[in-house]
Ligand binder design. Sequence first.
Ligand SMILES: [Zn+2]
Length: 54
Amino acid sequence: MKCAMCEKEAKFKDNTSIGVKYFCSEKCWAEYIGVEVKPEGYYGMVQKKVGWWA
Ligand SMILES: [Zn+2]
């Protein structure tokens, strides 16, 4: 599954206002839903995949 914002492989999914979308990072996720971009892990979306971005 590709990220909704770029061509990278998605690492997690989120149930957004328009349905389930897949994202490669919290950066893409934050940009997609329109919240402030924070360091990876800030929103807890990828905490079950610790280390994948290292
Ligand atoms: Zn992405």
